[in-house]
Design a protein around this ligand. Sequence first.
Ligand SMILES: [Fe+2]
Length: 405
Amino acid sequence: MFTLKILVLKVFNRLVGFMLGLIKQHQPLLLVGPGCSLTLCEDISRFGGTHVLLVTDKILLGLGLLDPIRNKLLDLGLKITLFSDVEPDPGFSIVRQGVALGKRQGCDAILAVGGGSVIDVAKVLSAAIGIDADVKTLKGFMKVKAPVIPLYVAPTTSGTGSEVSIGAVITDEVTHKKDGVASPLLCPLVAALDPELMVGMPPSITAATGLDALTHAIEAFISRNATADSDRFSLVAIKLIFSNLETAYNKGSDLDARQSMAIAATYAGLAFTRVLVGYVHAISHALGGAYGVPHGLANGIVLPHILRYSMSAVPERFAEMAIAAGLGEPGEASLILGERFVAAVQDLNDSIGIPRTMDALRHEDMPAIASVALKEAHTVYAVPRYMSQDDCLTILQQLKPVSAA
Ligand SMILES: [Fe+2]
């Protein structure tokens, strides 16, 4: 029975991959280098923007991180309307506030400076300010029809890939579910990967967002829907993360490591926005929904377990990732390279403080968490090795601390 289900899933997921391949992908102009967020301001003016809705959060504002950007916009003669009310896991009510403000002030460009939540809100604002209907009508896939207000982004974290992806996640405060808004029209016009905006990122956030990026790259690479393009982006991201994440974690002021991690996260974003992700994200989303575990942290904890589960299905893909990570040479046995890669991911986790287990996880919640995770995964993710409810429960069991198992 499970064999038949796997066959159906394989066909359905490949069909999803085919449909994704038909979507015209947009890609922002990417600016790279210390201070490039100021060049981004020049682009806003160059492309005709006159009044910028500056979207951020209160913490970044309080740190003074936006001061050079605000000064540059003013020097260029642009008007600024500040919207700094974005919080983690933003809801539709926050977006509505931003829409009202942007409409009232007549903003004709949006600049997001912040992490994934800030960029996601800005994406939806760019579409919602131009329509008369409520923002919730944009929920779902390809619901954004009209041209959007030009969107410019300067990420302050290196993980979500939101600066190049076509989707945004907004929480519905009524259902408490996270809803997606996805359309190629939401892709920013220009993204500035400015390491000077990232040097203040705390080590724990550096670790979690870095593992989010690594998970994007790996899950895209082992997807059955992977393409030559997504492979290229994934392998570069994996190489950069293995070379730089530990340094960025231990020495946050290292501009070169910060720059490399920013590029890695963006490349990983370019990879997964084409072929989606897999079981790590599905389980991580379910754990986040049950216990509020931050997304990147949950990914980091779950990742080694899913790698061990999946490797036997695609050992040659694991070998390619090992070589990209600098762990071996072509010609070595795939299984040996693959096992080396899985061990290296675990070592990386250990070196940057990602725990091996999750204290919050309770036995009685596991069946529901497994069901939610498999429902998500089996709807759209072309994973290399499918799992049953029992397989998923076994993995969840492994996430419990030994003393509590
Ligand atoms: Fe993610």
